[in-house]
Design a protein around this ligand. Structure first.
Ligand SMILES: Nc1nc2c(ncn2[C@@H]2O[C@H](COP(=O)(O)OP(=O)(O)OP(=O)(O)O)[C@@H](O)[C@H]2O)c(=O)[nH]1
Ligand SMILES: [Mg+2]
Ligand SMILES: [Zn+2]
Length: 312
């Protein structure tokens, strides 16, 4: 590698102008070279890239290094942990939203965790959410930015990582993602605002995915937190190669029971002799999770009515 060539990680990109953190710890502004300006080839936050500097000092993204995964809408790459952020109240928590996000994360090969925010607004709802997801094997963090509650535990989890892991905070607009990141790292001073009534028209406080490097050390042991714009509703049928037959595999707690199904091709929707449904009835699988499963399955089926997954 010559002197004017460096590796870096894209922190943000707006209107074709990117910010990248070089492996030496410097933040540089850069643009993508011509072939990287269109379609799926454009750099996303989280991309590891090869940068070069011209004689006049301008930085260019020459190459996107292989991606571990790539989330779309909002776009981001190389997501290791998907932190599904859900407020105990205001906005009202929605299990289908949580479960769709967890499914998307699992589909892309990220670890899913649950971060409950604003817990002081409804301790009961917080415990309900915690109970459901812990039962399914997810790590759950119960927090309140207002009370400073649960922050140490989350911070320890975020900073304990041995690799450069990227943690993507996703959730509805107003869930308190930016507030939470601010409470964890006050020096970041992210913009936050009261839950907007105009959300349906796309008014979000956070406008673009931005990665923030955390931890003092440059290099090993550092993690990146991604603050992201919230969304209204989220549609898994937009993932082109997600088949309805795959959905069950995105619900990790089903696996232990699907072996008990009478039919090998059981869809776990309503068949008699279904081990998953029996586990729901026994209280071993939360009812809410099965309801989400059915909804997601039906949504994908409706979007792709004639598509059948081929047996391998
Ligand atoms: N009661 C309570 N309110 C909170 C808490 N944390 C954040 N809020 C409020 O929730 C509102 C939304 O917070 P943001 O951090 O902007 O939410 P966001 O998820 O980043 O929203 P988008 O950027 O639009 O996706 C603000 O009015 C915050 O003051 C909390 O712990 N308790
Ligand atoms: Mg925000
Ligand atoms: Zn079944």
């Amino acid at each position: 590698m010559n002197k004017n060539s460096k590796e870096g990680k894209i922190l943000s990109g707006i209107g074709g102008l990117y910010r990248a953190l070089t492996t030496e710890g410097e933040v540089v502004e850069c643009v993508a070279r011509g072939v990287l300006r269109y379609g799926k080839n454009t750099p996303y936050p989280g991309d590891n890239v090869q940068l070069s500097q011209s004689e006049t000092g301008r930085w260019t993204i020459e190459k996107i290094l292989p991606r571990r995964n790539n989330f779309s809408r909002p776009n981001a790459s190389n997501i290791d942990v998907l932190a599904v952020t859900v407020a105990a109240a205001d906005p009202l928590p929605s299990y289908i939203t949580i479960d769709k996000l967890l499914c998307a994360g699992s589909y892309y090969g990220s670890e899913g965790i649950i971060v409950i925010t604003k817990s002081e607004l409804s301790p009961e709802k917080s415990e309900e959410i915690k109970g459901i997801y812990e039962k399914c094997g997810y790590r759950v963090f119960l927090t309140s930015s207002y009370l400073g509650y649960g922050l140490d535990e989350l911070k320890e989890y975020l900073e304990k990582s041995e690799e450069n892991k990227t943690v993507f905070f996703a959730g509805e607009s107003g869930a308190g993602k930016s507030s939470l990141i601010n409470s964890l790292y006050p020096q970041l001073k992210l913009k936050t605002s009261a839950v907007s009534r105009k959300i349906s028209r796309g008014r979000h406080t956070t406008r673009a995915v931005t990665l923030y490097p955390i931890g003092n050390e440059i290099g090993a042991g550092r993690a990146f937190l991604a603050d992201t714009p919230g969304f209204g509703m989220f549609d898994l049928s937009g993932i082109d190669d997600l088949y309805k037959e795959d959905v069950c595999g995105l619900f990790p707690e089903f696996e232990k029971f699907s072996g008990n199904c009478r039919y090998t091709k059981c869809t776990h929707l309503r068949e008699e002799g279904c081990g998953v449904i029996a586990a729901v009835k026994n209280g071993d699988i939360p009812q809410e999770r099965h309801e989400s499963f059915v909804r997601i399955y039906e949504e994908i089926k409706k979007a792709h009515p004639y598509r059948v997954k081929k047996e391998k």
